[in-house]
Design a protein around this ligand. Structure first.
Ligand code: HEM
Length: 498
């Protein structure tokens, strides 16, 4: 006490002691992380090795995946991207992290991926709990069930293309197709989950849920940075923080209300039936209204922007390359005599060049571009030959593995032919657009069907020209966990084809 009281008596001296203590603590922490941490031997940007600030600052600028890719180009296939996180970029790592047995559990990062206070199949981290929830829905997402939904999806595609045709006035007016493919993708998942149409395709007016979906991205980013903000965000005085959480709250209320209403409806959507009828094997009871709503919210988020942005990037890539455009048009003229036809899904599944274009769009523009972080829970984990300490966060980001020049030569170029050779097994082993293993995309069949129906229908129906108002900067991919074009616009001239 005799030593402390002269310090406490003098506020300036007390402040100096506090600052000195903080500096000593920080120097100690950074020295440990740099030289004595179990990951100290891994290369990476200096700031990333001592602090998570490097990764979070790039995340806030929506370019975390790009920064990590630059680090891979500089340091190789394994990079330390945070004091406790390694990013890998090899097919072997894909198998080691996501593929084997049950795969590694998702990292705490996914806690931010909850809409309500409950977990969904997307956010849940426990492997047993995940298996229970996923098995409830697996049949609804099988290819057989999804293909049964093709006629309804085709109707929606015709609605969307008709709206584009009206707005393009015979090819004389540039049309921004970006919102229309978002309306379409949203209406598809809306109908799939809620058995209702959102109305946007008929009226051309944005459904409030579109803004609410966008708001979730901002809320997700804030929550990943500062978890407690999730419960207080909508009461805060700052509009930039308050607004996304308020919109998110409205969206949750809307979904819970629909679940309450739909439970007793014998014409409810198949996904709703699968979530409400049988007990969850892990919980050993049926799901509550909020738990069902959480699943629906997750599906709408995971299944709309991802598909829509893939379509937008694909169209842009095709229209700017005359050879690819002509090859695609030639294939489609050969298979669909009527330009206004939406093809049958069993036929569309086999259009060779169209499917190569789709694969190349999913490779070049993976709409989940960043790492899908997992946690090492055992002491004996080996990833691509590296022994990984327990507790380390590990991941492979699609933005990087899809740009491996050894597997995809000239990776920045859009080259559908790379999917058409006699042996494409190397490319397919490195393709991770829908994830790998037990946590891979449950909606893959729905997304693929959407791409396989939209792409031929759009390019068969229209002769397409790029409007000069579309710039390369508009089409730079942002990474806000899901990736999209920065400018949120793709302006095109669309003339009815013959
Ligand atoms: C082109 C479109 C799509 C792409 C590129 C895509 C990609 C992915 C990827 C990479 C994952 C793994 C994420 C992770 O581990 O963090 C994932 C998971 C998931 N996706 Fe998709 N997705 C698409 C469309 C859809 C659709 C249409 C739905 C639903 C209707 C959907 C629902 C989900 C769900 C629920 C998960 C979590 C699965 C689990 O953890 O068991 N996705 N998706």
């Amino acid at each position: 006490m005799a030593v402390i009281s002269p310090i406490l008596d003098n506020p300036l001296r007390a402040l100096g002691v506090l600052i000195a203590a903080y500096l000593i603590y920080s120097v100690g922490k950074y020295t440990y992380r740099l030289w004595f941490h179990p990951l100290a031997g891994y290369p990476g940007p200096l700031l990333a090795r001592v602090s998570s600030f490097w990764a979070t600052s790039h995340a806030r600028k929506l370019r975390r995946a790009h920064a990590i890719q630059e680090a891979h180009e500089q340091y190789g296939t394994v990079v330390r991207v945070s004091p406790n996180e390694l990013s890998f970029s090899s097919p072997a790592a894909l198998k080691d992290i996501y593929g084997h047995g049950q795969g590694l559990p998702k990292a705490d990062f996914y806690k931010a991926g909850k809409f309500t206070t409950e977990d969904s199949v997307f956010s849940v981290r426990d492997r047993g709990q995940h298996a229970g929830r996923r098995s409830l829905m697996a049949k609804t997402y099988s290819q057989g069930s999804i293909w049964g939904y093709a006629p309804l999806m085709s109707e929606k595609i015709v609605q969307a293309l008709d709206q584009l045709a009206i707005r393009s006035q015979g090819g004389t007016q540039a049309v921004n197709v970006y919102p229309w493919f978002h309306f379409l993708a949203l209406d598809v998942v809306f109908h799939f989950t809620l058995n209702h149409e959102s109305g946007t395709l008929r009226t051309g007016e944005e459904h409030p849920i579109i803004r609410e979906l966008e708001a979730f991205q901002a809320a997700f980013a804030w929550t990943a940075l500062l978890p407690p903000i999730r419960s207080i965000g909508r009461f805060l005085p700052w509009a930039t923080v308050r607004e996304p959480f308020t919109l998110l709250h409205n969206w949750i209320e809307f979904c819970v209300e629909i679940v309450r209403r739909e439970r007793g409806n014998d014409k409810r959507a198949a996904v709703m039936t699968s979530l409400t009828e049988k007990p969850d094997t892990w919980l050993r009871r049926k799901l509550t209204d909020v738990e069902v709503a959480e699943e629906l919210l997750a599906i709408m988020f995971a299944g709309s922007g991802t598909s829509a942005n893939t379509i937008v990037f694909l169209i842009w890539s095709v229209v700017r390359d005359k050879d690819i455009y002509n090859k695609l048009k030639a294939e489609l003229r050969g298979v669909a005599p009527d330009p206004k036809d939406v093809p049958d899904i069993t036929a569309a599944n086999k259009f060779p060049y169209t499917n190569a274009v789709i694969m190349e769009a999913l490779r070049r523009f993976p709409t989940i571009p960043g790492s899908q972080p997992r946690i090492a829970i055992d002491d004996d984990l080996v990833v691509d030959g590296h022994k990984i300490p327990r507790g380390t966060v590990v991941g492979v980001q699609n933005y990087s593995i899809h740009r491996d020049p050894g597997i995809f030569p000239d990776p920045e170029r859009f080259i559908p032919d790379r999917w058409l050779g006699s042996d494409t097994s190397k490319q397919r082993a490195a393709f991770n657009g829908f994830g790998t293993g037990p946590r891979a995309c449950i909606g893959r069949n729905l997304a693929m069907m959407e791409l396989q129906l939209v792409v031929p229908s759009f390019f068969r129906r229209f002769d397409v020209g790029m409007a000069p108002s579309t710039t390369d900067a508009d089409m730079v991919m942002t990474d806000g966990f899901s990736g999209g074009p920065a400018g949120k616009s793709l302006n095109l001239y669309l003339e009815e084809s013959r």
